[in-house]
Structures are given as C-alpha cells and as structure tokens.
Design a protein around this ligand. Sequence first.
Ligand SMILES: [Zn+2]
Length: 404
Amino acid sequence: MPDLMIRGGVLWGRPEPYDLLVADGRIAALGPEASAAAPDADVVDAAGRLVLPGLVDAHCHLDKTLWGMPWVSHLAGDALSDRIRHDRERRAALGVPHVGRMTELLTTMNEFGTTAVRTHTDVDPDVGLRGVEAVVEVAERMHHRVDVQQVAFPQHGLLTSPGTADLLEAAAGLGVEVVGGIDPAGIDGDPVRHLNVVFGLADRHGLMVDIHLHDPGTLGAWELDLVVERTRALDLAGRVAVSHAYAFAELDRARQERTAGAMAEAGVALVTAAVYSFPVPPVRLMAEAGVTLACGHDGIRDLWGPYGTGDMLDRSMHLAYRSTFRRDDDIELALRAATTGGARLLGRPDPGWYIGAPGDLVIVDAGSAAQAVVERPRDRLVVKAGRVVAGAHGRGDGEVVRLG
Ligand SMILES: [Zn+2]
C-alpha cells in the first residue's frame, strides 16, 4: 500500500495548515519533513480543510438496525418495559439481526467519518448467539474501513432471563471483547448478584465491562458506586464503562464531583448518547475530573426508536446542544467525546498529531472543530489506517485525491 500524504490540512488544535504523512497505517511525519519523506505517496490536497481524528461511535446497537428497510412504524408504549416487549415481539418477523442491513449502516457511518465502533449485541435465549455471529461477519467484511468492538449484551435481563449468563460465557469464545450488563436493580432486581456475574465473566475471560444504567436517582448512583468498587477490587482500571448513567446527571454538584473523582481514580468511563430528553452528564465537570467520556448513537433506526443518522458529528452536536455549549472550547469537549474519549474507551491508542498516532482521519470542509460540529458539513474524506476509504473522487498511485 502506498504511503498517503495529506497536504495543507488544518489539524484540529493547530492554527496553520500542515502536511501529514501516513505510512504503515500510522502517522509517520508532520510538517516540512512529511513533504520530503515520501515523494511517491498518494496525495490528498486538503487545501485548508479541517483534519480530525477518525470518529468513534462508542455505543451503538448494529444488530438491532432496520437500516435500509422501508419505513417501519414504531408501535411501542412509552415505558422501557414496553420497548423491551416490542423489540422481542417484532424482531424475528422483521429479520433482525440482518447482516446486509448492518453492513449498509456501518458503511454509512464510515462515510460520515466513523472508523471505530463499540456495538452492544443482544444475547438471550431467543436469539442465542446469532446476533454475535452476525456482527462478527459484518466486522470481517468491513475491517478495512471500521474497527468493530463487540459487547455481549443481556438486553432482556441477566438473572431474570435464565440461560443468558451461560450464553454470555459462550460469547466470550466468539471474539467478543466486552461483557455487558443492564440495570442491575431496575431490570434484574439484584444488583450485587448481577454485578458478580458480569465482573466474574470479565475476570475469567479477560473481557472489558460496559453496563447500561438507566436506573434513576439514589438507586442508580449507588449502583454506580458498586461498579467503581468492583473495578478497583479487580484492578480493571481503563476497562470498565457505564453507559447512560442517568442517575449521575441527577446528583447535586458536590456529589457529582465526588463520584467523578472516584470514577477517574478507579478508571471507570462514562458513555452518553444525549438522545431524546434523557439526562446528559455534565461534560465539563467530567473533563475537569479526568473521567473518560465517550459518545455514541445508541439505537439507529430500530425497534427502539426511528431516529439516528450514523453521523458522529451529528451526535456531537446533540451532546454540545444538550449541554448548552456555545463557546468553541466547550463545543470541542463534545467532539473530544466522539474522538479521544471513544478511542480510550475502546482501549485504542490516543488519536492526535504525533509520530505513531493512528492513521484514521476524517477531513471536513470547516474552518474549526466547533464549526464542524455545528454545521456537520456533508463533504468528507475518510482515511482508515492510511488508506482513503470514502469520499474520494479520483485516486490512484501518486495521484492527487480530490474532495467533494
Ligand atoms: Zn444502548
């Protein structure tokens, strides 16, 4: 594969245009050295456009998607239990999970600039491991464009859905890297046992942990504390995340600061989707406390809801907007969740402008990162491991790749 030179792009955080060389999938040179290093490289003429790290969707559900199907009307009631029932009752008739639809969705996400995802796959006695196997197939098909990290997820309960724990155990042998959990109290009714099963699996199989926590108020906050405690006890710093954690947003400021401090110290990350009117964690406070904050879509066009575009700039905009962010540096915190935060959550190297940084990039027609988040320009060129994978018009050995 030839090296790739990106000429004259404005690298996020640096004022002047830079040349950047990617070789063997990683950033190999920056500035004037880049121009001299590889005279035969393919060239992208960024012409002052903004260069961002590849976007990371840190929480999606590829296996559930109806992407590409004719419109499917949402028929569920308003409660979480209604949506769980709706999902169970209709998914088989609609052919969920579906490898073709997942591939189409992931292609769309990649065209928007996403180069890595963490996807939560349903594991339960009805669907068994079919979803996990389907996602493995999609990940193989798409490996040159997007890295897929899979969570084995007990959507319908772990203790309340007998047989699920054994299936999670079996999923560990199928390339799943993360074990999921869901509302240890609200859905499973026994937080201690639920967390013992999840963390036990993580410990035995060397898995990461990512727990959906919708439980509100003091109950949810207590469960968050339990997660922090177990992470410390098992020495899993940097390998545990809580998704949503609505309870965190509901705490008073002093308790938020204490909990965020404990999460940062234990190495527990938080993932938000900033969807609907569900509570969003205080993004600035999390950054100041040093908590890894990542962002994702949650469901995209599925039986849980009809929304979602696959665009992580769109998701970053929602996170910034829901946080009432107006200043550039604040808006950039939302974008950080969709880049650095997501990369850390997935256990990947930090993105950035240093030699050896991942060669996953997206070039957008914007003058600044804040502008990119607010305007979400459609014209994008996506680079995965030093290879142009989307948005190019005209490419080839030594040829200039044009955007748009
Ligand atoms: Zn979810």
